[in-house]
Write a protein that binds this ligand. Structure first.
Ligand code: ADP
Length: 270
């Protein structure tokens, strides 16, 4: 598989009036086209900083970040961002929300409109196109937010804790739903999460970061003996517990400040 993203020896420190905070130290990894990578690490270790570097909001102090192998005809890779809050605008209908990015970029062509309509129909939002966000369930809102991002046909999707505002039950269903859509659309994605179970259930590989300044502790390949792997089914696969224990151990190794060692994960560990 072709490499889409190559992060090489990246370091970054924040400089403020209070002094210097080294966030990332010598981080290297690659993401292949169509791959789903999850990044886990303690709170404040630099996960969001890494996403900000990848999308170009920040520049590495040293090292390089190379995005290549993106869609032909473009001069740079298109990056889509999905955040904890869906940021849907209540005064716009679902349809007006999902075309917002295209409108802003003056890319609302017939072809793009047809693609949006295809996504709305395929993912069950067609009959809600004239509804407003408050009329949708939490899961449907996230789906609308994803379609708004997919409408821009991104080469790389960055997901920064997109499910953490949802309750446990909804979170399981929405992550299953969003994970299936991303795979079906063959998108390359990077998910930042503090939930080990979520990372294992959704990702092809899990990158484990140490506490700040973050270094790469491990990169774990996730493989399940399932014919039709979905995030929900993965949680019941026999291999799941082993991956959980491995990542749990790595995160807790010399590290007591772990975020996300929550009852959810404990439940699944048992
Ligand atoms: P994570 O996403 O893993 O919780 P962040 O990337 O948000 O971690 O932050 C990494 C570290 O850098 C933290 O200690 C945070 O306080 C610090 N930091 C983040 N943004 C800034 C900033 N703009 N200025 C100064 N320090 C920052």
């Amino acid at each position: 598989m072709e490499t889409l993203l190559d992060v090489r020896n990246v370091s970054l420190s924040y400089h403020t009036a209070e002094g210097e905070t080294q966030a990332l130290s010598n981080i290297s990894f690659q993401v292949k086209k169509g791959e789903f990578l999850a990044i886990v690490g303690p709170s404040g270790c630099g996960k969001s900083t890494l996403l900000d570097l990848i999308c170009g909001l920040l520049t590495p102090e040293s090292g390089s970040i190379i995005l290549s192998g993106f869609q032909k005809g473009k001069d740079r890779a298109e990056i889509g961002y999905m955040l904890q809050k869906d940021h849907l605008l209540e005064w716009r209908t679902v349809y007006q929300n999902v075309i917002l990015g295209l409108e802003i970029r003056h890319q609302l062509t017939q072809e793009r409109k047809a693609y949006v309509n295809h996504l709305l129909a395929l993912y069950g939002l067609d009959k809600f196109r004239k509804s407003h966000p408050s009329q949708l369930s939490g899961g449907m809102r996230q789906r609308a937010a994803l379609i708004r991002t997919l409408a821009l046909q991104p080469d790389l999707l960055l997901l920064d804790e997109p499910f953490s505002a949802l309750d446990y039950q909804t979170r399981l269903n929405v992550s299953d739903d969003i994970g299936k859509i991303i795979k079906r659309e063959a998108k390359t994605a990077i998910l930042v999460t503090h939930d080990i179970s979520e990372a294992i259930s959704m990702a092809d590989r899990v990158l484990i970061l140490s506490k700040r300044p973050a270094v790469v502790k491990d990169l774990v390949n996730i493989h399940f003996s399932l014919t039709n792997r979905t995030p929900l089914e993965s949680r019941n696969a026999p291999e799941f517990k082993n991956y959980f224990n491995l990542i749990w151990k790595e995160l807790n190794d010399h590290d007591t400040s772990l975020e996300g060692t929550n009852p959810v994960s404990e439940k699944e560990k048992a």
